[in-house]
Structures are given as structure tokens and as C-alpha cells.
Design a protein around this ligand. Structure first.
Ligand code: WT7
Length: 648
């Protein structure tokens, strides 16, 4: 593949309003151009100035960057603490009694924590963890609903210099176990459950099942949230409400080196095994703080709401570390957007006077489907800025967001980034960048993206190619946990000094980037990254399955939906009940969000002579398209014909 077809032509353009520009942290294209130029011409002085000014150091750093491709280390010689940068830093001034977190439970209760109160809770939790044997350098797994304690738990780990590994509460016991084992977590923080769709969704059973096969776990700390019955392992399990409540509300933050592990977060790659993405302390903190300030234009008056779950990178960077470092007021919500009614989000925006709202395109498409009457019923006049993340936003969804939610008044920042990048790399800056619906627009300071062909040569304007980043930045991943070889191969295997994103893109004549989606075997379902291999491994672990191939097909709501082509062992009848059993099996192995939308039974799968499954052909079939591509390497052409006949 030398170029990727890009057919989308979008001509609309929205200039930032004069009023927004006048008040923004950064105003006007000239200010951006100048700062961007400086950030590339003299990156070391650019980043070191920012790091000195924006981070709270226990010991100043001596060296800005050590770049030995493919490994970067930032701010060497320095020491600091992430929780001190999110909390302690604000305690000496007027933010001390400002709301840090406003939380709404799905049943409707509201809890508010000021920076001072959050600091006390984090200190208590850190003391409780320390009493349970957690030390600097340890890993702690977090498997929790969206309640304030998840933020407290993350920051408490950071306070001790222990790394957290947050596992999204939708993952199954098996997926949780694999992550606990890879991280060798010695403690798990969880809850009895969380409220979703009006009912308590239990979490403890998955933790119990995972821990049975994870001998590294010595203690489990359980937040009582729903009051549902839980089974209990005496000596191992402890109620948060008992041990944290008892603990002292003072705990000095442990100073760690700039490159000390802050967290690992697992994400899908092209093979079956998830990768533990490694983020370290100083660079990640600086990058999330700066992007929060400039992309979301965060001010002290803002009420900022990012609807992501803390189990994903968006929650790490743009609920916890970025906004709290900026001293923002962060709204946190436990539940689903349509409980008890489809206007819940809009009602909450009115209730809390939310000013900045950040969500995913798949959510926006769902809101479009639910109907305009829901947002129209509520007061959205507090909003001043909107954001999206997770997948390309189709221009029609963008326009709906702009009209119905932003009332044609709020800039929209379409933010492109990845778990690996730590923070936003390509995005409009509100008040600076004219937006075009569907484009993530321009790079952030210090980021040098390029669209290249297979040889690594820059593509001409408006030609699709591979998106790479040509130099290191402070928020980038440092390696893959326990697997540096995989880090080298995945991100620097194609081009030794350029970070390969796995995405296709084109840059238009104005220098705007348009993301075209993944070029590898990674799918994007509702903004969640899933690898085809991961789901295939889950399918073939079922006793009836001989072989499976999984592809993403376009879906109006979820972006992509999963179609699985499955070859059963010869004696197995092809029953609908088997289809359901296989879907349930994938949900059990990975989590409900990975459940295939469609299972197609196939006599055989299309393969090359060397035995590689030709997913490209399956993608066409799944999408209901004629195969346009080259089929000359297909080993058995009749397989294709038979697959099409199997369509029902
Ligand atoms: C992949 C990263 C970053 C947090 C959420 C997902 C896709 C992300 C955009 C966007 C087009 C986007 C890319 C990327 N993606 N944001 N604004 N426009 N595509 O994190 O699970 O690490 O997935 O999501 O394909 O590679 P992730």
C-alpha cells in the first residue's frame, strides 16, 4: 500500500469567534504559529521552560532529553510526585477550597470534594495502602466503577510512588487476571459494584475469580458502593470504608525520579496479547497539563466534564492528571447516558453549569438517533467549548454537535491521540484554529507529524498515507511493560526514528490532518480499540471452533462493528444457538463491549498460499461490498464464492 484512498471532501470552515479568541489562553493564529515554530526549532529550551514553570519539583532536573531512538527519557535528574502536582500544589492559594471533583451517582446523589478535601482523602488512602504493604515501585490494579474513590485510588498510588494499572470495569475476570499477572500487582482496589442502567452491576466476583489465578495479589480493598452481597476472603479482603476511614489524613508525597513508572495501561495491538503501555512521571504530567490548558482552554471558572471512564487513557489524562494539575473543577458521572431518561447528560450540564464538555463520536451519533427533543429540553447555555475523541467524527455528527449542543456558538476540538501518546497530539486550539468538520486540524506544540508512504517519504498534500510522528515528545509511551522488543517492533519497526501510529491520514493544502482510521488489524468499536487477533483467540478457545477470522465492518452507530467468520469442527451443527454461545464466550473472555455483532459460519477462510488469512477480502464481504482488490494471491478462489453464498 503506498497511498490510502481518501474520498472525503469537506469544504465547510468555522472561524473562532472574536469573543472566544479575546478570552482564550492562546489567541490568534499568529501566536500559535510563533510558539509552534519555537517548539520545533529549539525544543529543549521550549520544554525545559515549560517544565520548570508548570511542574512542582522536589529536585530540579539537569537534562531535558535523552533521545536514543527508539527510547526517550525526559527531565533527567529531577524528582517530583504526581499527586503533589495535582493536589498539594493548589493548597497554598485560593484553589484550596475550590471544587476539584463534583460527582453524580447514577441514582442521583451528588458529592463534591474541594482540593483540600480530595487531598485528605488521597492521603488517607495512601496511608491505608502503605499499611497493606504497598511501597514505591509496586503495582496496584484498580477495577472500579466511576465513583470518586477511583480518582482517590489512582492518586493514592501515585502519592506512594506505586504504579496503577486501571482495568476498565467492563472487562471480564479473564481479562482482569491477565492484566494483574502481567503487571504483577500485589493489591487490587475494587468495589462491590457500580450503578449502571438503574441496577447494581457487581465487580467483586470478577476480582475473586481473577485473584484465584493470580497469586501475586496479597490484598483486595473493596469500596462499599451498592450494598449488594459479596463473598469475602478473610485476611485478603478489606473494606475501604474501614481501613481508609481509619487512616491519617496526612501523608508526605514520595518524591520519585522523572522517569519513574506512573502507570501501565493495557491496550490492544495487532496480536492477541494486550500491551501494557508504560507512562512515566514528569513528561506525562507536563504534557497532559499543557494540552489540558490549551486545548480545553481551562480557566478557574470552568466546570469541565469528560464523559470517558477512568479505565481508558482519556480518563487518566483528561479526567485526572491534566485537569487536576490545572486546578479545574471536574465533573464525574457514574452511569449511563439514558438512565433514567435519554436527556440525562443535558440535564447534568444544566444542573452543574458545565462549560467544557468532552465526549466520543459514537456517543454523539447515539444522541442523534435518540432525537433532538432531549437536548432541546435542557439549559445548555453554560457551555462554551466542546470536544470529541476516539475515532474520526463524521461531518454530519459534527454539525449536529455544533448546532444542537454548541448552539453554533461553541468551538469544537476534535482531538486525535492514542493510549501510547499520553495526550492530545493533533487538535484545534479553540480561539486559534479555524475548524473543518471531520478534521483534527493541526499539531500541538512540539509535535511533528507527517504523512508518509511505505518508504517513509512524505506524501504530497491530499494524498493518503501512514501517520508518523517524527520526533519524541514528553508524553509518549516509554516502552511496553515486560516487552521492549514489542515496543521496538510495533512503533519503530517500520521507520527507525519515527513513531508509527498505526493510523492512516492525509494532510490537506492548509496543513490540516484528516485521520482515516487504522491501517493494521486493530478495530475501533465505539471508540474502544480491539484487536482482531484478540477476538480470534477468544473464539478459537471455544471447543467448537476450528478457526476464526475477525474483521470490522462499518457501522453507523459504533463506527465499526465486529463480524466474525468462524469455521466449526466438522461435526458441529451450525446453529443460531451456537452463534449466541460464541458471542457470549467472547464477552466472557474479554468483556461485553467486545461481543461480535455478527457471527458467520464458513466452510473455509480465504488464505494466501503461505496460509495468511486475507482479512481485506473478508472486510469487503462483511461490508457487503464487491471485492475490488487483488485476489491473485488467494490460494483457493472457490472459498470466496462460497463465503458469499453463505450470506444470509
Ligand atoms: C486510536 C487510539 C485517545 C483516546 C481514545 C482512544 C483513533 C482517536 C481520534 C480522532 C480520528 C481517532 C485512532 C487512534 N482516534 N482519536 N480524534 N480522530 N481517530 O484511544 O484506544 O488508544 O485508540 O483511536 O485510530 O489510533 P486508543
Amino acid at each position: 500500500m503506498t497511498t490510502i484512498e481518501s474520498l472525503l471532501k469537506e469544504e465547510r470552515r468555522f472561524e473562532p469567534s472574536a469573543a472566544f479568541t479575546a478570552a482564550a489562553h492562546l489567541s490568534g493564529g499568529a501566536a500559535y504559529d510563533e510558539l509552534y515554530r519555537r517548539s520545533l526549532e529549539d525544543p529543549e529550551s521550549f520544554w525545559s521552560e515549560r517544565a520548570r514553570a508548570d511542574l512542582l519539583w522536589s529536585k530540579p532536573f539537569e537534562q531535558v532529553l535523552d533521545w536514543r531512538p527508539p527510547h526517550a527519557r525526559w527531565f533527567l535528574g529531577g524528582q517530583l510526585n504526581a499527586s503533589a502536582n495535582c493536589l498539594d500544589k493548589h493548597l497554598s492559594g485560593p484553589r484550596r477550597n475550590k471544587a476539584a471533583l463534583i460527582w453524580e451517582g447514577e441514582p442521583g446523589e451528588i458529592r463534591t470534594y474541594t482540593y483540600l478535601q480530595l487531598h485528605r482523602e488521597v492521603c488517607k488512602a495512601a496511608n491505608a495502602l502503605a499499611a497493606l504493604g504497598v511501597e514505591k515501585g509496586d503495582r496496584v490494579a484498580i477495577y472500579m466503577p466511576m465513583i470518586p474513590e477511583i480518582v482517590v485510588a489512582m492518586l493514592a498510588c501515585a502519592r506512594l510512588g506505586a504504579a496503577h494499572t486501571v482495568v476498565f470495569g467492563g472487562f471480564s475476570a479473564e481479562a482482569l487476571r491477565d492484566r494483574i499477572l502481567d503487571a504483577q500487582a500485589k493489591l487490587v482496589i475494587t468495589a462491590d459494584g457500580g450503578f449502571r442502567r438503574g441496577a447494581a452491576l457487581p465487580l467483586k466476583p470478577a476480582v475473586d475469580a481473577a485473584c484465584e489465578q493470580a497469586p501475586c495479589v496479597q490484598n483486595v480493598l473493596v469500596v462499599r458502593r451498592c450494598g449488594n452481597p459479596v463473598s469475602w476472603v478473610a485476611g485478603r479482603d478489606h473494606w475501604w470504608q474501614e481501613v481508609v476511614e481509619r487512616a491519617l489524613p496526612v501523608r508526605p508525597a514520595t518524591a520519585v525520579d522523572s522517569e519513574h513508572l506512573l502507570f501501565t495501561l493495557y491496550t490492544s495491538g495487532t496480536t492477541g496479547k494486550p500491551k501494557g503501555i508504560v507512562h512515566t512521571t514528569a513528561g506525562y504530567l507536563l504534557y497532559t497539563q499543557m494540552t489540558s490548558r490549551y486545548v480545553f482552554d481551562l480557566k478557574d471558572e470552568d466546570v469541565y466534564w469528560c464523559t470517558a471512564d477512568c479505565g481508558w487513557i482519556t480518563g487518566h489524562s483528561y479526567i485526572v492528571y491534566g485537569p487536576l494539575q490545572c486546578g479545574a473543577t471536574v465533573l464525574l458521572y457514574e452511569g449511563t447516558p439514558n438512565t433514567p431518561h435519554p436527556g440525562r447528560f443535558w440535564e447534568m450540564i444544566g444542573r452543574h453549569r458545565v462549560t467544557v464538555f468532552y465526549t466520543a463520536p459514537t456517543a454523539i451519533r447515539t444522541f442523534v438517533k435518540w432525537g433532538d427533543e432531549h437536548p432541546l429540553r435542557f439549559d445548555l447555555s453554560s457551555l462554551r467549548l466542546l470536544g470529541t475523541v476516539g475515532e474520526p467524527i463524521n461531518p454530519e455528527a459534527w454539525m449536529w454537535y455544533h448546532r444542537l449542543i454548541g448552539k453554533e456558538r461553541c468551538p469544537i476540538v476534535d482531538t486525535w491521540w492514542q493510549t501510547e501518546t499520553g495526550g492530545i497530539l493533533i487538535s484545534p486550539l479553540p480561539g486559534v484554529t479555524a475548524t473543518k468538520p471531520g478534521s483534527a486540524t493541526k499539531p500541538f506544540f512540539g509535535i511533528e507529524p507527517e504523512v508518509v508512504n511505505e518508504k517513509g517519504e512524505a506524501c504530497a498534500a491530499d494524498h493518503g498515507g501512514l501517520l508518523v510522528i517524527k520526533r519524541p515528545w514528553p508524553g509518549m509511551l516509554r516502552t511496553v511493560y515486560n516487552d521492549d522488543q514489542r515496543y521496538r517492533e510495533t512503533y519503530f519497526g517500520r521507520f527507525p526514528t519515527m513513531y508509527f501510529t498505526g493510523d492512516g491520514a492525509r494532510r490537506d493544502k492548509d496543513g490540516y490532518f484528516w485521520i482515516l482510521g487504522r491501517v493494521d488489524d486493530v478495530m475501533n468499536v465505539s471508540g474502544h480499540r480491539l484487536s482482531t487477533m484478540e477476538i480470534e483467540s477468544a473464539l478459537v478457545s471455544h471447543e467448537a471452533v476450528a478457526e476464526a477470522a475477525v474483521v470490522g465492518r462499518p457501522d453507523a452507530l459504533t463506527g465499526q462493528a465486529i463480524t466474525a467468520f468462524v469455521t466449526l469442527h466438522s461435526k458441529e451443527p451450525k446453529l443460531d444457538s451456537m452463534r449466541e454461545a460464541l458471542k457470549a464466550h467472547v464477552a466472557k473472555e474479554i468483556g461485553a463491549f467486545a461481543r461480535p455483532a455478527e457471527i458467520r459460519f464458513a466452510e473455509a477462510l480465504p488464505k494466501t498460499r503461505s496460509g495468511k488469512i486475507m482479512r481485506r477480502l473478508l472486510r469487503d464481504i462483511a461490508a457487503g461490498q464487491q471485492t475490488v482488490g487483488d485476489t491473485t494471491t488467494l490460494e483457493d478462489l472457490s472459498v470466496l464464492a462460497r463465503l458469499r453464498e453463505d450470506e444470509d
